[in-house]
Write a new protein. Structure first.
Length: 148
């Protein structure tokens, strides 16, 4: 299932989503991919660790495919195949899910405006965050903030 088909949508909607749900869904998909075998190799544990660290450290800034492939020490085209094999989703979708999980955490902790949450989560603005949030979680960040 491609990210356009909403591959992570059901786990988010069942539990209101958080970082643990995102990682669990992605990790489960990665385990499935690894078991299926195939000709495209997966990333090593060391590469996965580096990528998670880079994404976590730079989540509030734009992350390019070049940045991520460089962190893994691979060409961009090879990296995309290996990443998808390891995580079950594209690098773009994974980063979006991490950003939404961070946004959810910031909203739950309270105190920050949605514009500030968007900025700290790496979205260009609150409107873009809202659109992505609704696609992955099933409701708006405003609703989540209102419901506490």
């Amino acid at each position: 299932m491609s990210h356009r088909e909403g591959s992570l949508r059901p786990p988010f909607r069942k539990t209101e989503g958080d970082a643990l749900v995102v990682r669990s869904a992605v990790d489960a998909s990665a385990k499935r991919s690894a078991k299926e075998g195939g000709r495209h190799p997966a990333l090593s544990d060391e590469q996965i660790g580096r990528l998670r660290a880079v994404i976590s450290q730079r989540i509030d800034r734009p992350l390019t495919l070049r940045d991520l492939a460089g962190a893994a020490g691979l060409s961009e085209s090879y990296f995309v195949r290996a990443f998808k094999r390891s995580f079950g989703v594209t690098p773009y979708h994974y980063v979006l899910c991490e950003r939404v999980a961070l946004a959810q955490s910031l909203i739950r902790s309270g105190g920050a405006s949605l514009s500030e949450v968007a900025r700290r989560s790496g979205f260009p603005d609150a409107r873009r965050m809202g659109r992505t949030f609704r696609q992955l979680v099933g409701h708006s960040p405003t609703r989540m903030k209102r419901e506490g």
